[in-house]
Design a protein around this ligand. Sequence first.
Ligand code: AMP
Length: 269
Amino acid sequence: MHENALTLLDAAGFQLETRDDRALSIRCHSAPVDVLLVRAADVPEYVQDGAVDCGITGADLVGERSADVIELLRLGFGYCTLEAAVLEDDPALALEDLQGRRVATVFPHLTKTLLGKLGIAVELCEVTGSVEIAPRLGLCDAIVDLVSSGGTLRTNGLRSLGELFESEAVLIASRDSRARVAGLEAALGSVVQARNTRYLMFNAPRRSIPSIREVLPTDGSPSVVPLLRSDSVAIHALVPAASIWELLPQLQSLGASSILLSSVEMLLP
Ligand code: AMP
């Protein structure tokens, strides 16, 4: 979270001073911004109480603290899901099977609220860490915890019953500070959007334009530029990075050539 957040700020033009590992705050050369390094779990309160104007932390921690803050942006890193899990040999097969059972978690508020919305009432055992070990010790029947690769669940002989919440890093502000951080929000947002986008350029026979238009997953209209050879055009378009793998062979089969793909640094709608 820490490294990813600093890299994002840097990409958005906030040039941070060289930092030493013990520093708790970093000044910025290019903007009147100070970056304070605090524990991710404390960020919602810092923002809510007005100690800072905005913060970067996990959506899970914002939900758990139920802080009075506004989520401005999802930042595209720190992905994980909050999942309920039981021991492999437990009879439970779905979240509903947790009704009335004992659940250990470091996320009591989210667990109670999210299971409650599904009509599932459980007995909560609040722990501060190493929750995966609790079922084997007989402290509880199930756990609710963050899962990224699923490796920790498997290592501890646990089986997921399902997802309760999808989390990633978010930019948050308070109602009072929102206007003050509008510039920062726009700059970070433009980098996040750009990371998901590629600039695609290629040449194609003029007659292929209608079929190419159909396969291009662009929101706007692609640019079509005439070439000196009158039967060909150059086509430029912004496309989702995730679509590239299936798009390029389709374009080739429609006669596209000299295909160039480049990254985008910032993208403002
Ligand atoms: P994994 O084994 O990759 O599924 O990771 C699970 C372990 O890492 C659990 O102990 C989680 O509490 C922790 N974890 C995974 N992703 C995150 C995240 N984005 N933020 C905080 N903790 C996480």
